[in-house]
Design a protein around this ligand. Structure first.
Ligand code: ADP
Length: 449
């Protein structure tokens, strides 16, 4: 096992990884920007190194600084968390060249899955069902019109390098196609420096269902069931749960077995998530994330498996601690993303937390890096914590979530907690009747309240 792990991240996920390392007796190094000197991950780590000024490109994305921090502290591995450099193949290669282990998949797998066109082609060849669409990149207007006519409107134009819901535009009819292509291309070029586009059938009322997978890099892979992340705003997840209230046992097994076999054939190493849209009993692959996800705790709650422990084990060359037949699912878990944002407009709300009281009790987990008196810097993502609730079934989970939300106090800034208090009492949510468009329509209908 590793002796010392450097955590190339901040916030709740840095803390999450730090906790797993502590449990396994591994020393930890926190890195931080000058804006994060007072962050909890810095306080709790065995050592910490300041890696640059507030802007992420000068600190958390600064590879030379991170390498220097590894050298200074003698860290033998780096955990990238999610976001930042977690899906940067070059970073994985550079660490490798310096004999430092990147806790994640091979650079080659990161690269293939980071290009959504290549990812679709790769998993499709491994027997995973994909969304109907263009075979590869769309090179010309003529090709775009021909492809859209073949798959049928509405269509979705997407960026090959896409992420975070950017570079994605719907065309309801032929009239809208050119405009959608131009907007998506401009957005993709600005956000990713790569304007390659592809096209997919736009599904009208799917659920977003993703499967957690784990491979040992030696041809063994398992799946840990699904998470339903259909409640989204601007293609960003807001609430995630497991198991999905919209999936039956036969479909669950079918998709789990399909992806586990595909990942075994690929020789995948580490944690990964295969994302699907699910409509009328059919799964359609949209992308694979080659890292730990924000919403991984819901899977941990229903399987009892610590995903970060597994990541550390596999990266250190050990085999997975469990086999597929050892995995069983218990009860139901829901995660609410607590963002420092206005709960209606979602405008960021950084600032000082004057009073902080997290909920507790049976079945409650709060993954967060904030504390009373902490000032949330304005430079980073607005996610400040996650409330994860477990119950023996969905009903108990909802009851407990209502209670937990009513206890949660974060004063001084605005948060998304009031939105969750509404959602947990909404009849559609209580019945599990929602698709990927539900939250946007709900917010549009209540925005004047
Ligand atoms: P990103 O990497 O930017 O997050 P994804 O491909 O994962 O992009 O898609 C994000 C979200 O966009 C999905 O969860 C879904 O809500 C929506 N989406 C993506 N592809 C389609 C599609 N073909 N039809 C309808 N909605 C889609």
């Amino acid at each position: 096992m590793f002796e010392k792990v450097l955590i190339a991240n901040r916030g709740e996920i840095a803390l999450r990884i730090l906790r797993a390392c502590k449990e396994l007796g591994i020393a930890t190094v926190a890195v931080h920007s000058t804006a994060d000197s007072n962050a909890m991950h810095v306080r709790l780590a065995d050592e910490s190194v300041c890696i640059g000024p507030p802007a992420a490109r000068d600190s958390y994305l600064n590879i030379p600084s991170l390498l220097a921090a590894c050298e200074i502290t003698g860290a033998d591995a780096v955990h990238p968390g999610y976001g930042f450099l977690s899906e940067n193949a070059r970073f994985a290669e550079i660490l490798d060249a310096h004999d430092i282990t990147f806790i994640g998949p091979t650079a080659q797998h990161i690269r293939v899955m980071g290009d959504k066109i290549a990812a679709k082609q790769t998993v499709s060849a491994l027997g995973v069902p994909v969304v109907p669409g263009s075979d590869g990149a769309i090179e010309s207007e003529k090709q775009a019109y021909a492809c859209a006519a073949e798959i049928g409107y509405p269509v979705l134009v997407k960026a090959a390098a896409g992420g975070g819901g950017r570079g994605m535009k719907v065309a309801l009819s032929e009239d809208e196609l050119l405009n959608a292509m131009q907007t998506a291309r401009a957005e993709a070029s600005a956000a990713f420096g790569d304007d390659s586009l592809y096209m997919e059938k736009y599904l009208g009322k799917p659920r977003h269902i993703e499967v957690q997978v784990f491979g040992d890099g030696r041809g063994n892979a398992i799946h840990l069931g699904e998470r339903d992340c259909s409640l989204q705003r601007r293609h960003q997840k807001v609430w995630e749960e497991a198991p999905s209230p919209g999936l039956n046992a036969a479909d669950r097994k079918r998709i789990g077995d399909t992806v586990a076999t595909a990942m075994a054939d690929l020789g995948y190493r580490g944690a990964g998530t295969i994302e699907f849209l699910y409509e009328d009993g059919e799964f359609y692959f949209i992308e694979m994330n080659t890292r730990l996800q924000v919403e991984h705790p819901v899977t941990e709650m229903i399987t009892g498996i610590d995903l970060v422990h597994e990541q550390l084990r596999v990266a250190a060359g050990a085999s997975l601690s469990v086999k597929q037949e050892d995995i069983s699912f218990h009860g139901h878990a829901i995660e609410c993303r607590i963002n420092a944002e206005n709960p209606r407009t979602f405008a960021p709300s950084p600032g000082r937390i004057n009073y902080y009281h997290p909920p507790g009790g049976l079945g409650i987990r709060v993954d967060s890096g904030v504390y009373q008196g902490y000032s949330i810097p304005p430079y980073y993502d607005s996610l400040i914590g996650k409330l994860i609730v477990h119950g023996k079934n969905r009903n108990e989970c909802l009851m407990r979530l209502r209670r937990a939300l009513s206890e949660f106090v974060i004063d001084g800034i605005q948060t998304t907690i009031p939105l969750f208090s509404e959602l947990v009492n909404n009849a559609d949510i209580v019945d599990g009747r929602y698709d990927i468009h539900w939250l946007e329509s709900y917010l549009a209908g209540t925005s004047d309240d």
